[in-house]
Design a protein around this ligand. Sequence first.
Ligand code: CDP
Length: 216
Amino acid sequence: MRTIIAIDGPAASGKSTVAHELAARLFYAHVNSGAFYRAFTWWVLRAKADPTSVEEAAAVLERTKLSSRFEGNEGILLLDDVDPTPHVRDDAVTHAVSFIARMLPVREALTTHLRSLAEERDLVMEGRDIGSFVFPDTPYKFYIDASPEVRRARRQAQGHHDEIATRDRIDSSRAYAPLTIAEDAHMIDSTHLTIDGVVGEVIGLLKLLGLSMPAR
Ligand code: CDP
């Protein structure tokens, strides 16, 4: 098992940009676990199944071959060998993903794939339950938050229609691996920080925790 840096947080907290930048600076691979949930959601919608029905989603899961691999520095999920990347940020996917992500069979299947990526590479993995559930034993856990106003504004600036408050509510209240702050996670409030500021803070903490940094 390799080194895992877990970055969790609510929608539009800035964790994706931070996770990307951190992976690039450390020469680690990057995995956006939200993209895995988005990928399977797209697949369910494409199959014309109801994304709020666990029976229908489980039937799609059953007949799909899931596999994960690295595309350059990025860990991705393939569905019957199809790369879903061009579709994962579609508004329809954003709208449905939290319903799919609260289903136990889906979480079990995707968590297995997320964990298997750590057999191959050192990872920066971002999501909702990475420090609390997927890799609870990693000593490198961060929880990035920002005020609801700033998060809404960030998402609007990206030009996406996204009910982030609704998603946060569903993600935080679900029964299996909800969005939660792991007891031993380092909290960073990015409301008044730039991306560089957050990355700097994370790197500072990683050094304090004894993680060796690549030579410049
Ligand atoms: O849009 P944003 O970047 O905030 O979210 P995302 O990371 O793309 O995740 C999309 C959705 O996937 C979340 O709202 C959760 O419902 C789900 N998710 C999850 O349940 N567990 C994870 N580890 C990551 C994402």
